[in-house]
Design a protein around this ligand. Structure first.
Ligand SMILES: [Zn+2]
Ligand SMILES: [Zn+2]
Length: 556
């Protein structure tokens, strides 16, 4: 490896959705941009999260100088606790981004050891041979930056996630000037967000949802429940503002919603008028015509607030005929089944549900740039090399085609996959090089105290702790158990004390099922998840092991 060449090494997020991570290396110094997670697909049942394989960074651990974060979304910061446990380097990010990181590290008991360095747009950090400037960009959450990294071979611009929102809710616009300034000086390579490349035109401003939201709030005959991502601070602000304008108070339900609201509020990033918040314990009895409830769970995550509300299993809220539920988020591909099942539960209760693809305009706009914004960015930056990032291959490919059409790239447009590095040489060339180790690591985030053991490959996980397969026969119509549950285990327990534990695990399952509502029992996604969570807790307590638990439901 030449000592005076620059390497860009994508370790996640290229050719896949989520788990974004890119390493930049010059000589013997590495900075890492973002450390995201990916939520597991259905075939990875039993796994909590997926993070990038950092073997490459581990092999070169003495060279890693810092992790730079673009914004607070899970697909950019979610892997931080798992990586810092192993590779404790300084983490640079904006105020809100670091506030969410801090909370994660606290949960993982890693905060004391962590070195978090707060930065703001316009500032520059010197890290080894890299000078990093933070450029403000607009997106669906707040405090988002792109990075301009000055290296001995030229400037690399990494957009993070962005859209160009001319009227952002917090009044802080996309810093077009900074991008233009770099464009005028010359940019070696641009790495840019490809998520929405399939959408023509411009992504509407975040403010565009407010008119429709106000209409629905005014028309609502009873309670209004709005579900959005808990990191969507702009959206939460608009719900608060519209609630106030329509004479309603506001309640918050769901752990991530409450936590993020409190963090954003304490940083002064969320304006909540005094006296406008209904305490959680008062939500249930509050005048339904006078309240809006913000709840987490837009993707119908099995244990989330909205999922529970939809099957009448939430202690703070019972939804009723005439209530309005607004899903103010996109339906992430892969989650359709679960989300539509949840929407069905709500319609069964004669709730008015508004969602993407429903009978009326959705109350959501994307946080990612559409084609016209991507073209503007390319025109401003006019890089020598262009590398599409953040997307599945079809999106990277189409972003490359779009750049070709714009004609603003002086040199080459390069399509990379995760693990496939690019070498920029001192004579101005850029070459694809042999792949480095990269891929997905499956994590069971169960026991937080054993952080060293949390980052494990699925094979190690299986060989150490085994598999537990509870088999439950349920009557689809009545939700009754056909026979007592069976439990099959492999590599989990020695047979002598195993019998006893398995017998009691059966009782745990029976209790879980008996404690569930009729609708939960016939919603197999929900019931499987409940069984998995309860069994995990029980087995972990009894055996200190964390086997992979794969509930199977037989329809009888
Ligand atoms: Zn994002
Ligand atoms: Zn993202």
């Amino acid at each position: 490896m030449s000592q005076n060449s620059l390497w860009a090494i994508p370790l996640g997020g290229l050719g896949e959705f989520g788990m974004n991570m890119l390493a930049l290396r010059y000589a013997d110094e590495i900075v890492v941009i973002d450390a995201g997670l990916m939520f597991p697909e259905q075939e990875l049942l039993g796994v909590d999260i997926v993070i990038p394989d950092i073997t490459y960074l581990r092999q070169n651990r003495h060279m890693v100088r810092a992790i730079l974060l673009t914004h607070a979304h899970e697909d950019h910061i979610g892997a931080i606790p798992y990586i810092l446990g192993d590779l404790n380097v300084p983490v640079y990010g904006t105020q809100f981004t670091l506030a969410l990181v801090r909370k994660k590290l606290e949960e993982h008991a890693l905060l004391d050891k962590a070195d978090l360095r707060e930065v703001a747009p316009g500032q520059t950090s010197s890290i080894g041979p890299f000078q990093v400037e933070y450029l403000h960009v607009t997106h669906s959450t707040i405090d988002c930056v792109a990075l301009a990294v000055r290296t001995p071979l030229g400037v690399i611009i990494h957009t993070g996630d962005f859209k160009i929102d001319p009227t952002p809710v917090d009044g802080r616009p996309f810093d077009l000037h900074a991008f233009a300034r770099y464009g005028a000086q010359g940019v070696l390579a641009l790495f840019s967000d490809s998520t929405n490349v399939e959408r023509p035109g411009f992504t509407p401003s975040e403010r565009a949802v407010v008119v429709r939201m106000e209409e629905l709030f005014r028309a609502a005959p009873r309670r209004v429940v709005v579900s959005c991502f808990s990191s969507s601070v702009h959206r939460i602000q608009q719900v608060i503002d519209v609630a106030r304008a329509t004479g309603r108070k506001i309640g918050f339900i769901g752990r991530s919603m409450v936590d993020n609201m409190e963090i954003a509020h304490s940083l002064g990033k969320l304006r909540i008028p005094d006296g406008s918040v209904v305490r959680p314990q008062d939500i249930r009895s509050f005048d339904p015509n006078k309240i809006v409830i913000l709840a987490s769970g837009t993707q119908a995550e099995p244990m989330s607030a909205l999922s529970r509300i939809s099957v009448d299993n939430h202690r703070m809220l019972t939804i009723a005929e005439g209530d309005t539920v607004i899903l103010s988020a996109r339906i992430i591909p892969g989650n359709e089944k679960a989300i539509f099942r949840m929407i069905d539960h709500l319609f069964r209760r004669r709730v008015l549900v508004y969602y993407e693809g429903g009978r009326s305009a959705p109350i959501h706009v994307s946080g990612h740039a559409s084609q016209e914004e991507q073209k503007i960015l390319l025109q401003l930056v006019r890089p020598k090399y262009f590398v599409p990032i953040h997307g599945e291959f079809r999106q990277l490919f189409q972003h490359a085609a779009l750049a070709e059409q714009v004609g603003a790239v002086g040199g080459e447009i390069l399509l990379l996959d995760s693990g496939h590095p690019l070498e920029f040489t001192a004579d101005g060339g850029a070459y694809k090089r042999e792949p480095v180790p990269a891929g997905r690591v499956l994590v069971d985030s169960g026991s937080l105290e054993e952080i060293e053991e949390v980052v494990i490959r699925d094979r190690q996980h299986l060989s150490a702790d085994g598999v537990v397969v509870p088999i439950i026969a349920i009557d689809k119509n009545t939700g009754m158990m056909g026979t007592a549950p069976e439990i099959v285990t492999r590599g989990f327990l020695p047979s002598d004390d195993g019998q006893e534990i398995v017998a009691r695990a059966r009782e745990v399952i029976i209790k879980t099922i008996e404690g569930s509502s009729a609708e939960e029992k016939t919603d197999w996604g929900v019931i499987k998840e409940k069984i998995r969570v309860d069994l995990k807790r029980y087995l972990n307590k009894q055996t200190a092991k964390r086997p992979l638990i794969l509930p199977v439901i037989l329809e009888v």
